[in-house]
Design a protein around this ligand. Structure first.
Ligand code: PAF
Length: 281
């Protein structure tokens, strides 16, 4: 199996992308922070199916961590990631060092107001500024025609869609379905940090929001359905429910308008691990 080419500098990356583009080829980018699982691979496969060339970026972006310990312990597994990406296969892995992305004197922040403020934005101050800044840079560096993001991070996907529209970036964003384990747990690098007992309880998060969404569709009040979901999650042994909210799917603002697409989003702590999930309502 041939491993994808690993590039570390923007200059090398641009040289490849320019050659592809002058041959009339389309380029897809799958931005990641590594520690890849089937969820990431499904994004890379979607890009492979739709683009002539596929770049996966692997960069643990320091600017989006509001907790230095989280950054320090973020899993890094470039060799294993490269082997997984070879199965797709992708053409190039762009894995720059932090100095390549944020050279001395770097002074720009991309900040998307509104959609990045509630929920994850409130719980993780500065997180979406870090995401928006690095994603804007990755689009600039890769000159990609299409960018692939998971719906698992629904709010992140909406932030990226907003910034692409607002800044007229010439990239089409594709939001791909959440990939789940057989028991419903959304795939995430964080799942590996759960104990065996925690892993057994974890699917309750998805089951509870799914039940709440079904109850709301059947006519139960939003508030009652959400309260029951939170109780079910706590009863299953989660340490804490951070939020369960029914929001406008695009703006992430509170929504009691069932004629607009709505999304139920949840974050809860289990075994000291923060799990998030979301589903359409
Ligand atoms: O979803 C992620 O892994 C990151 O937030 C992203 C989009 C790669 C930006 O660093």
């Amino acid at each position: 199996m041939t491993l994808p080419l690993i590039l570390r500098s923007v200059a090398d990356l641009r040289q490849h992308v320019r050659a592809w583009k002058s041959a009339g080829q389309t380029v897809g980018v799958v931005p990641t922070m590594g520690a890849l699982h089937d969820g990431h691979l499904s994004l890379a496969r979607a890009a492979r199916a739709e683009c002539d060339r596929v770049i996966t970026t692997i960069f643990v972006n320091p600017k989006q961590f509001n907790n230095p310990e989280d950054l320090k312990h973020y899993p890094r597994s470039e060799e294993a990631d490269a082997a997984l990406l070879a199965t797709v296969p992708v053409d190039v892995i762009f894995a720059p060092q932090p100095e390549e992305v944020y050279p001395d004197g770097f002074a720009t922040t991309v900040s998307v107001s509104g959609v990045s403020e509630p929920l994850e934005g409130r719980m993780r101050p500065g997180h979406f500024d870090g995401v928006a800044t690095v994603v804007t840079k990755l689009f600039g560096m890769t000159m990609a025609d299409r960018g692939y993001f998971g719906q698992k991070d629904w709010q992140q996907l909406q932030v990226v869609l907003r910034l692409v529209r607002d800044l007229n970036l010439p990239v089409h964003i594709v939001g791909c379905e959440t990939i789940r384990e057989d028991d419903g747990l959304a795939m995430s690098s964080r799942n590996l940090r759960l104990t065996a007992a925690g892993r057994a309880k974890a699917p309750v998060l998805y089951a509870a929001v799914t039940a709440a969404a079904a109850d709301i569709r059947a006519g139960q009040s939003d508030r009652m359905a959400i309260r029951e979901a939170a109780e079910a999650i706590r009863a299953a042994g989660f340490d804490r429910v951070e939020y369960i909210e029914l929001r406008d799917a695009e703006t992430l603002m509170p929504s009691d308008d069932p004629t607009r697409p709505r999304r139920m989003l949840a974050a809860a702590w289990l075994d000291g691990v923060r799990l998030i999930d979301n589903i359409p309502v």
